[in-house]
Design a protein around this ligand. Structure first.
Ligand code: ADP
Length: 172
């Protein structure tokens, strides 16, 4: 059975991610969306919240599972007996990073193939970090994230004003 892993931070999931999930679910029998627990990064949403928002967004699509992982992606693939990684590609700036990652994963396990799907043009400039920035500045990103995620973003940025001085925004 051909299954593929779609890894990322998904902090939070956007319509760009969802578009890649939908399209890859038509190519593979099963997609596992793998949410990274990355202790080096300070996410806006906890791992549990990120997983829950994805589950909510993919409701009704039968061949998709959501799991979390930490550490090396190749180890996670091994555990799942999977050898295919799905990645979405936006601008040229994604390419260099993803190219290095794909080659490194291949070095760690020669059986691994990374498959890239081009973003749809309407999502080409969409990223989780931009979406967060919009909410921290008091805007909204309706149509760029699933409705449920929009609600979560409003709640999170409104309920926790300390995010207004959040690191994510300051870094950029
Ligand atoms: P981000 O870069 O938005 O923080 P992630 O680390 O969660 O996102 O990315 C997971 C995967 O989804 C990566 O392969 C990334 O290139 C892809 N991706 C993110 N946003 C989009 C988009 N708008 N269109 C297509 N692919 C995307």
């Amino acid at each position: 059975m051909k299954q593929a892993i779609y890894p990322g931070s998904f902090d939070p999931i956007t319509m760009g991610h969802l578009n890649i999930i939908m399209r890859s679910s038509k190519i593979f029998e099963k997609i596992i969306v793998a949410v990274l627990r990355n202790p080096q990064k300070q996410p806006m949403f906890t791992l549990e919240e990120r997983v829950e928002m994805i589950r909510h967004s993919i409701e009704g699509i039968p061949n998709i599972e959501v799991e979390s992982f930490s550490g090396l992606l190749v180890k996670f693939l091994e555990q799942k007996k999977a050898s295919i990684i799905i990645k979405g590609l936006r601008a040229i700036s994604d390419f260099d990073f993803e190219f290095q990652m794909a080659l490194m994963n291949r070095k760690l396990d020669s059986e691994i193939e990374t498959i890239f799907l081009m973003t749809e043009d309407r999502y080409a400039f969409l990223s989780s970090s931009k979406v967060k920035e919009i909410y921290l500045l008091g805007g909204n990103a309706k149509g760029l994230v699933p409705d449920y995620v929009e609600l979560c973003l409003r709640k999170k940025s409104g309920n926790q004003p300390e995010f207004l001085a959040g690191q994510d925004v300051e870094k950029e």
